[in-house]
Design a protein around this ligand. Sequence first.
Ligand SMILES: Nc1nc2c(ncn2[C@@H]2O[C@H](COP(=O)(O)OP(=O)(O)OP(=O)(O)O)[C@@H](O)[C@H]2O)c(=O)[nH]1
Ligand SMILES: [Mg+2]
Ligand SMILES: [Zn+2]
Length: 395
Amino acid sequence: MSKTSLARSASGNVPHARACPEEPAAVGLQRWDNGDYQIEKELIVAATAGSSGLTALGWDERWNSALAGLSDPVLWPARVSRVDRGACTVMTGSAKVRIVTERDVEVAVGDWVCVAGSAADGTARIAAVLPRRAEFRRTRPAKSAGTKVVAANIDTVFVCDALDGSLGVRHLERFLALAWQSGATPVVVITKSDAAPIQRVTDAVNLAKTVARGVSVVVVSSTTADGVLSLEPYLMPGRTVALLGLSGAGKSTLTNRLAGADIAATGAVRGDGSGRHTTSHRELVVLPQGGLLIDTPGIRALSILGAGDGVEQAFGDIEAIADNCRYPNCSHSGESGCAIAAALADPQLQPDRLDAWLRMRLELASSKTHNARDDVAERKRRKAAKFAARRASKT
Ligand SMILES: Nc1nc2c(ncn2[C@@H]2O[C@H](COP(=O)(O)OP(=O)(O)OP(=O)(O)O)[C@@H](O)[C@H]2O)c(=O)[nH]1
Ligand SMILES: [Mg+2]
Ligand SMILES: [Zn+2]
């Protein structure tokens, strides 16, 4: 999916890479902050022990081919489960390993990485990040700082919206556009059904459906487990789901419910319905039933910068009408032959939704200059990552 992130090892060509990579003997060691190594005590999740290692984490033939393409038999694959400043945690299929990350190698939770060196002697380094198949990006809090990947290699995005929350349809549209842009399939998950009367639940579903065209809308309660079973089709072994939404939407509580254990911290919601940003980092967890979940901190400000395709997909209903405008560059603001103007008489087309679409198109147009700046930064980052990978593979 992404063009980014392939930092190749420079350790020379080798006739063939392993069809089935082995883990290094030292896997299962963790480097602690004081620099010591200790046996990693915490297994990924009890359920993965004994299951088929990397496959349980989503490894498949396509990833194997991507690794083989690097033609370097000393690299071993692992999936990134957590990223911190200067270090990340990777899962090898049997243990978690902490690895120091080079400043210029951008890794995201969910990435498949190829590691050079050994965890036992502290030489483990990320030599390559396999090209992502899907990535959910958001703008960094500081506007000028470009975008960052929230979750990589995801199959599904659960856009979580609490019945006691304040997501709103306009916000939901943005989440959906970004989810489509990610390459994953969005599902709207309306949470806390136990906290509202049935009529409010029905109204919330109907409202969500007005903007979630072609998207499943599921209602759940993590308190009573109502509706949780309907999430099962998305949580098949090896499939990865990212939980996204506002703070307080119940993402971590749902993670705990699905994991059957209190693995993620949860926090009370304020009087105004907003959360308290309880989750401070993204984390990939393997569920007992085999699916993989990425719990994320709540996101409020959502820029659709660079998400033109996602907006097109999220507003497929309006885009289809606009295709019939007489002029291909119609601005839909009074030109003759404008199909949108004609469709406004149709009660199916809500003026608010049309407004939202027009505003997003404007936003996309104005983001083009940002994109140009991002491209330069991205080129620099990739170049630096290449050098970092070379250094890593030489140690
Ligand atoms: N009644 C009810 N409360 C819930 C449910 N799910 C979550 N909550 C409550 O909602 C609050 C917020 O839940 P969290 O799971 O921490 O929300 P979050 O989306 O992870 O929030 P951030 O980590 O801040 O992004 C907590 O007090 C939960 O107990 C539910 O199904 N029913
Ligand atoms: Mg949380
Ligand atoms: Zn038009």
